[in-house]
Ligand binder design. Structure first.
Ligand code: OAD
Length: 256
């Protein structure tokens, strides 16, 4: 009952928000079957893999890095959005339908938010289904939806040099335009839902503090306490695929 009251209190805040933002991490895709990075079976537990996700690793052996990314692409290809992704997409439709704005800022590269029907998505760390020319002959991205690819590394269709995955590697900076956009959204958000992220990787981990400083509320949804929990206005512990559909359907009852 106490938990029910808390959920309704949070749902009222979310339901009345005009410019909510969802900030998501690997945890939201965990229930789709995509491993997280820092959990007990997390990706980055394997140090060799960490070395693959660098520009140096790519330049040393682009074939090997592409082979690994193609394996990851084939794993992600078999997954589908889960109720957490769908609840966010449905909430975006509701908020936009009544004249507000809703954006999902994600650290994930899997494309599952868009597949679930979210329209306004900022991908902080890129998207595994896109590539770009290593020599940057153009700023345009190349969409490579098929897996396995016919050859590693795939050639740039414009200049014939090699393509690299359109993802942010260790030691690389995020696209400044993407940072600017996410800082603006975080600063304007009246509510930020922070879902399934360990809140350890910046600049993403800093966005909830931007919302807080600007007067917005921060609501965390995670299996366990994180670096953010202490600063969040509310923290709900459990699976995002269960909490989000429940919370957001309650929120609809408070929508004005
Ligand atoms: P992490 O692996 O660091 O954290 C995943 C979080 O999700 C943890 O806090 C888990 O407790 C939580 N979690 C797991 N399953 C969940 C579920 N079903 N429901 C709710 N929460 C759940 O992943 P990120 O925080 O996304 O960057 O990692 C941030 C960045 O670090 C990634 O984007 C990646 C990595 O290095 C790049 O590749 C650039």
């Amino acid at each position: 009952m106490a938990e029910d009251n808390l959920l309704n209190e949070i749902a009222a805040i979310v339901g009345r928000a005009r410019r909510p933002v969802a900030m998501t991490g690997a945890g939201i895709s965990a229930e789709s079957g995509i491993p997280t990075f820092r959990g007990k079976d997390g990706f980055w537990k394997d140090e060799d893999v960490t070395r693959l996700a660098t520009l140096e690793g790519f330049l040393a052996d682009p074939h090997k890095v592409w082979e690994w990314y193609d394996w990851r692409r084939s794993q992600i290809r078999q997954t589908r959005p889960n109720p957490g992704h769908f609840a966010i997409a449905e909430h975006e439709r509701l908020v936009v339908g009544r004249g507000g704005s809703f954006t999902t800022i994600t650290q994930n590269i899997d494309g599952l938010h868009a597949m679930a029907g979210s329209h306004s998505v900022v991908e902080l760390h890129g998207n595994i289904w896109y590539s770009r020319c290593l020599k940057a002959c153009t700023t345009e991205l190349t969409h490579l939806p098929s897996t396995p690819l016919p050859e590693y590394p795939p050639p740039c269709p414009r200049c014939g040099d090699i393509l690299r995955p359109h993802v942010v590697w260790f030691g690389e900076s995020l696209d400044p335009l993407v940072i600017e956009e996410s800082l603006r959204l975080a600063g304007e958000a009246d509510v930020m839902l922070v879902v399934g992220t360990s809140s350890q990787v910046y600049p993403a981990a800093g966005l909830p503090y931007v919302t807080k400083r600007a007067g917005g509320m921060v609501i965390e949804i995670n299996l366990e306490p994180t670096e953010l929990t202490y600063s969040a206005d509310f923290s709900l512990h459990g699976r995002s695929g269960e909490i989000l559909p429940d919370l957001l359907s309650r929120a609809r009852e408070f929508a004005e």
